[in-house]
Design a protein around this ligand. Structure first.
Ligand SMILES: Nc1nc2c(ncn2[C@@H]2O[C@H](COP(=O)(O)OP(=O)(O)OP(=O)(O)O)[C@@H](O)[C@H]2O)c(=O)[nH]1
Ligand SMILES: [Mg+2]
Ligand SMILES: [Zn+2]
Length: 358
């Protein structure tokens, strides 16, 4: 009956024999849910792969025999697949995307209003930002909202702690973290501090602006200079967009890491649940406003502004909350529900409900 597990068991044996490279660790990302979904797909000749990198008309993947190149079927393009996806493929062609336990998506850049997949089956988002000019509370909050909206644990990683005193930035990060862990380190020497968040079988994604040290951290975790890193401009500490594609790779400890190209500002869509979670304290206060449609600006008996007035709430944080809510409402109007569904919403709940579908 079980056609998939024996193949994956071969991985483990091959790994013990030293016959395989890092792809031998693939079995550690495989779960009983994935196995059940693979069985339900009833594709006896298909084998499982994990998507490592996407190109226009093909995908680099990791499978039981090591790295493989897969092509898309006629009814699928690279936009339907995310780095981190588990897929079934037959004769080098993807035939099924297995349900995702999490899916990171953003509003597509430019004028388009579509959603773009960032990464799938991620457990932890490493929000990387540098101490110094780069640090920006609103930017960190956007990533936190995205992580919460996707059921992914966020961790704030402050790099370049060797260049400038990190303490003021740690304090600012903690003020917006909503309970997320905050680490300050030198990415060139301290990547090991991230290991607890990339445990065996878990997948973490590095996100943040260009030049903050994502690929430096990736190299540190790999223990090798596999990923190109670039300098930053002196005048504003901005990076040079050294990494140009998302890339998943296996770590020596059995964890998985996804490096991503730096983005200046992540565009959010369909993240209301994430906003409510990160700003839960303000949301709770707003229930006590006199008017149900209170805009928390200058209405009488506004509980949010009252909290600001008595010094219990940061006025700028309230302003950023209002801005994110307004942005979310604007995007919701622009994106139809079918567009949102088309971009594959696969939370844990929906994956369980529609087990075996994608
Ligand atoms: N001193 C110091 N330099 C760092 C640190 N982190 C990164 N750098 C340097 O900053 C530059 C950019 O680092 P990268 O790792 O390429 O940054 P990135 O986030 O991958 O950038 P993109 O790929 O462009 O998105 C490199 O010259 C790194 O050596 C750090 O913690 N301390
Ligand atoms: Mg990089
Ligand atoms: Zn109010």
């Amino acid at each position: 009956m079980n056609k998939v597990l024996p193949r994956l068991a071969q991985f483990a044996r091959a790994a013990q024999d030293g016959a395989m490279t890092n792809t031998a660790l693939m079995q550690l990302g495989w779960t009983p849910d994935l196995d059940a979904a693979a069985q339900a797909a009833a594709l006896p000749n298909a084998a499982p792969y994990r998507i490592a990198m996407l190109h226009k008309s093909r995908a680099d993947a990791l499978g039981s025999a090591g790295p493989a190149t897969l092509i898309f079927p006629p009814d699928m393009t690279s936009a339907d697949v995310a780095v981190g996806d588990f897929v079934l493929a037959e004769a080098g062609r993807i035939c099924h995307i297995l349900p995702r336990h999490s899916l990171l998506r953003r509003r597509a850049a430019g004028t388009g209003v579509g959603l773009q997949l960032i990464a799938a089956n991620v457990d932890c988002m490493l929000i990387v930002t540098a101490c110094g000019l780069e640090f920006n509370a609103a930017r960190v909050e956007r990533y936190l909202v995205l992580a919460h909206a996707s059921d992914i644990t966020p961790v704030i990683v402050l790099t370049k702690a060797d260049v400038i005193d990190p303490e003021p930035f740690v304090a600012q990060a903690n003020a917006v973290a909503g309970g997320a862990a905050v680490l300050a380190l030198n990415a060139k020497t301290g990547a090991g501090a991230l290991l607890p968040y990339v445990a065996a079988g878990k997948t973490a994604v590095l996100m943040g602006s260009s030049g903050v040290g994502k690929s430096t951290l990736a190299n540190g975790l790999l223990g090798a200079q596999t990923h190109a890193t670039g300098g930053v401009r002196d005048k504003d500490e901005r990076g040079r967009h050294t990494t140009t594609a998302r890339h998943l790779f296996a770590l020596p400890n059995g964890g998985w890491l996804i490096d991503t190209p730096g983005v200046r500002e992540v565009q959010l869509a369909d993240v209301d649940a994430g906003i409510d979670m990160l700003f839960g304290d303000i949301l709770a206060l707003s229930n006590d406003c006199r008017f149900r449609n209170c805009q928390h600006k200058s209405e009488p008996a506004c509980a949010v502004q009252a909290a600001v007035a008595r010094g219990a709430l940061d006025a700028q944080r309230v302003e950023r909350w209002r801005k994110l809510l307004a942005e979310g409402a604007g995007n919701a109007a622009a994106l139809t529900q079918s567009q949102i569904r088309a971009a594959g919403r696969h939370t844990k709940k929906s994956a369980a409900k529609h087990s075996g579908q994608d």
